[in-house]
Design a protein around this ligand. Structure first.
Ligand SMILES: [Zn+2]
Length: 349
């Protein structure tokens, strides 16, 4: 079907679509994709006349070329990824990502698990604003949060991350790419490359989007050794990355003691709302960390007790933390590894 922009009551939508088209190439949204969006919008507009917001979100569902995003606070948008392992079906859309719109520019926080997801996030940004994406901030090195980076490569875009992220991701790059190519399949993996952060956050870095500052804080080893949080000072919203899981079982790739310590410290600070790396787009703070902290504490104390009783890692894995099984998705996939990681860390205490 040839998309028809004229004479069908779509005038209200045209500024958005035209805006998307002005510099499609630099923004990574192809002309075909923009036209497909227009086509999908025609279908939805027939059902829901007026109401631009409804139109945008319905268009997303109808098309699939744009990530669904929720505006959780003024100018703060979040996409909720699925709770799943990488697969051709989900295309790597298995973690949360989002963006913050300032007066002059946009900052992206995490980019999804494939180039395709990154491009769909870019399309979601273009449905909201034409302002340039000046920053891409990665909350840590895991593939489901950084493999969409290449969709934002542009001369004017600065990639930012914890000062240890580039080293950590480089060390694992070959393995990460090989595993992901295999689990996503050729089509969903296409275009995925690793783009390392150039702006290395030592402790704290503040970036300005034009009357709107984001505070980037580098943390000590917790979920990984390169966890970064992003605070939008305008709304008090904090992107927690994978320092916060909700629903999806936490995964330990750093230090269980460090993680408990970092969250305990963050619980002392105020936030209007937080965005987990996996879970709902927005959660209240500090309540949001309750389940996570209960899980981490049970794994830690369980492993410590097993070590004290002279049990092996295998024995610990059969008993520790099993009372948490029904509280989390992907428990079977990740929990045994968490026990192993905790055991390796705690046996030398
Ligand atoms: Zn992670």
């Amino acid at each position: 079907m040839k998309p028809d922009h004229e004479g069908n009551g779509l005038k209200d939508l045209r500024p958005i679509l035209d805006g998307s088209r002005t510099s499609e190439r630099s923004r990574g949204v192809s002309r075909t994709e923009v036209l497909r969006l227009a086509g999908a919008a025609v279908l939805v507009a027939a059902v829901v006349p007026g109401g631009l917001t409804t139109l945008i979100s319905s268009r997303v569902l109808a098309d699939g070329g744009v990530l669904t995003v929720t505006e959780i606070a003024p100018g703060v948008f979040v996409h909720q990824g699925q709770h799943a392992l990488f697969s051709p079906e989900n295309g790597g859309d298995i973690s949360n990502c989002g963006f913050v719109v300032g007066r002059d520019a946009v900052a992206v926080v995490d980019t999804g698990g494939s180039f395709t997801v990154g491009r769909k996030l870019m399309a979601a940004i273009r449905a909201v604003t034409d302002r340039p994406v000046r920053y891409v901030i990665n909350t840590h090195m895991h593939p489901d949060h950084v493999f969409g980076n290449a969709a934002f490569e542009d001369e004017g875009t600065t990639f930012a991350g914890h000062h240890k992220m580039a080293r950590g991701l480089s060390a694992r790059s070959e393995r990460y790419l090989a595993i992901n190519a295999k689990s996503l399949g050729e089509a969903a993996f296409e275009g995925t490359r690793i783009v390392l952060p150039k702006l290395a956050v030592q402790q704290q870095t503040v970036i300005d989007l034009g009357g709107r500052e984001l505070v980037l804080d580098a943390h000590r080893t917790a979920h990984t050794d390169n966890d970064l949080t992003v605070r939008d000072t305008a709304t008090g919203t904090v992107f927690m990355g994978d320092l916060l899981f909700s629903g999806h079982v936490p995964t330990i790739d750093g230090s269980i003691r460090g993680w408990i310590g970092v969250i305990s410290a963050l619980q002392q600070s105020q936030a209007a709302r937080v965005v987990p790396g996996h879970g709902p787009p927005s959660m209240p703070w500090p309540d949001a960390a309750r389940d996570l902290m209960r899980y981490l504490d049970r794994v830690k104390t369980g492993v410590q007790a097993a070590i004290k009783a002279g049990k092996t890692l295998g024995q610990a894995a059969e008993t520790v933390g099993l009372e948490e099984k029904d509280a989390w998705s992907l428990f079977t996939e990740y929990h045994p590894r968490n026990v192993s990681a905790a055991f390796a860390e705690l046996e030398w205490e």
